[in-house]
Design a protein around this ligand. Sequence first.
Ligand SMILES: O=C(O)c1ccccc1NCC(=O)[C@H](O)[C@H](O)COP(=O)(O)O
Length: 260
Amino acid sequence: MNILDKIVANKKKEVASAKKRTSYVELEESEYFHRETYSFKEFLLDPKRSGIIAEFKRKSPSKGIINDKVRVSAVTNGYANAGASALSVLTDRNFFMGRKADLVKARSVNTIPVLRKDFMIDEYQVIEAKSLGADIILLIAAILTPAEIDTMATLAKSIGLNVLLEVHNLEELERSIHPKLDAIGVNNRNLTDFTVSVETSYQLAKHIPAEFLKISESAISDPATIRHLKLEGFNGFLIGETFMKHADPAQAMKEFVAQL
Ligand SMILES: O=C(O)c1ccccc1NCC(=O)[C@H](O)[C@H](O)COP(=O)(O)O
């Protein structure tokens, strides 16, 4: 079983027990469920912002512990002040040491879009994402059928969420593209063997239709890479470890942004 299969198998159990703990009705009673979300597009295309989607990530399957000493409120607020266009908060506990409470915390102290970074396999998680304060959900093509993408993207849009589809190759892109998506993210990390290459973004750029925002995800560690990706039409850059490996991730981001 590869890591993605393990994550999905675990996620199915997690979602089943979450459904027993908290009903749909209870999720919809959350004050955040009724809030108007921020537009991903508006923030990403705002020239006063960096285009960076800055991620709060304590641990990962590929790197182990990255940083478990920092607080989500200080880091995400620092990211926003350093010019982030959006925030990404991991809510997977077992593989990333994330918590749903991290997303609630990030929402409560920030006024920019927040992505719920998790492995979405069930409509329940879409409703839950809104109730936790997310503005954006991630749909990963490698773990979803086109019919599942249709169901989850349609539901997400109906409750005001922005939808980011993640792909790693042309086959995933061609089978998963859907009019309800807002953005297509090219993951430079192969989620089964963890190899990384920004070439993946360069290769797929020309295949992403113009109506979608273009995001490059993972393994971005150099401001020059962002300058090159912008020339290929990318609007957004998802960065986690490059900032989180520092004792002060927000300061690291500030110094990175100064070199853009
Ligand atoms: O990061 C991992 O090791 C990983 C392994 C398996 C599935 C997903 C994984 N990462 C999720 C992400 O997409 C990244 O957290 C995100 O793109 C930021 O990447 P980076 O800047 O390289 O931390």
